[in-house]
Design a protein around this ligand. Structure first.
Ligand code: CA
Length: 255
């Protein structure tokens, strides 16, 4: 009898352990991770021209969200970008749609990469064409951008520029948190919403590796498009393609 009880407890312990294991957030290949839980300040030195056209070094104050990965890729809040306490996990990045309001990423996050996975939680506040939640442009003007609504369609779309096919039907609810993931290889991009793959992988004409050096990388804005009114949480980039199970583990930790 005693043996049987011990056996049952062992089985239960194993089941709990495996459940915890399933939900574990992947760490292998993690390039950057923003929990968006606390705004910090830093002073950086920038070179700019003075009134006489001479280059001078000036100190600039910046508001940042720290990178929680070991890589130190802190991101900079621009304009009226701020924080909301109503995140998926703790607080979240809050963008109010005002001019110049965006989150600036270090370009190194996407430089010299053959493949990446991007994972984030997104909450929209209104539908506006071409609101772009992630965008990066190379020095040679190769553009990757990812937005949800294209050409006034009543359903969501995702787009990576220079992919062959970039429209797909996928419901996204305004004012609700949605988990999005994008995997990019040398020649394909695949989209996932709430842990489900959307359609088939799409071909990319310009491989990610060709983007280096990158000129800028933004969350919440793409040149000439509306600034986004949205909240974003748990933003991660990996330098490898995550499996569906790993993407679902990222989804689970926010549920
Ligand atoms: Ca958070």
């Amino acid at each position: 009898m005693k043996l049987k009880v011990v056996g049952i407890f062992t089985l239960l312990a194993l089941l709990v352990a495996s459940a915890v294991c399933l939900a574990e957030v992947p760490t292998e290949g993690l390039v950057v991770y923003y929990p968006f839980d606390e705004i910090a300040e830093r002073t950086v030195e920038k070179v700019q021209e003075d009134d006489d056209g001479e280059e001078v070094v000036v100190e600039v104050q910046q508001r940042i969200f720290a990178d929680a990965s070991p890589n130190g890729y802190d991101g900079v809040l621009n304009g009226t970008a701020g924080m909301t306490t109503e995140g998926v996990v703790g607080n979240a990045l809050a963008l109010d749609g005002e001019k110049d309001t965006l989150f600036i990423l270090p370009v190194e996050i996407f430089e010299n990469k053959d493949q990446v996975t991007i994972s984030l939680w997104l909450k929209y506040y209104n539908y506006q064409d071409y609101q772009t939640f992630l965008h990066f442009t190379s020095e040679e003007k190769i553009i990757y951008y990812f937005s949800w609504l294209i050409m006034g369609r009543s359903y969501g779309s995702l787009r990576g520029v220079y992919s062959d096919v970039d429209q797909m039907a996928a419901d996204i609810e305004v004012e609700e948190w949605t988990h999005l993931a994008v995997t990019i290889t040398a020649d394909e991009v695949t989209y996932f919403m709430n842990g489900v793959q959307l359609g088939s992988p799409y071909s990319i004409q310009k491989p990610l590796a060709d983007l280096t050096p990158i000129r800028f990388a933004y969350v919440g804005y793409y040149a000439g498009r509306p600034f986004m009114e949205c909240d974003i949480d748990e933003f991660r980039v990996y330098d490898r393609v995550l499996s569906l199970e790993e993407i679902q583990a990222l989804l689970e930790q926010g549920q």
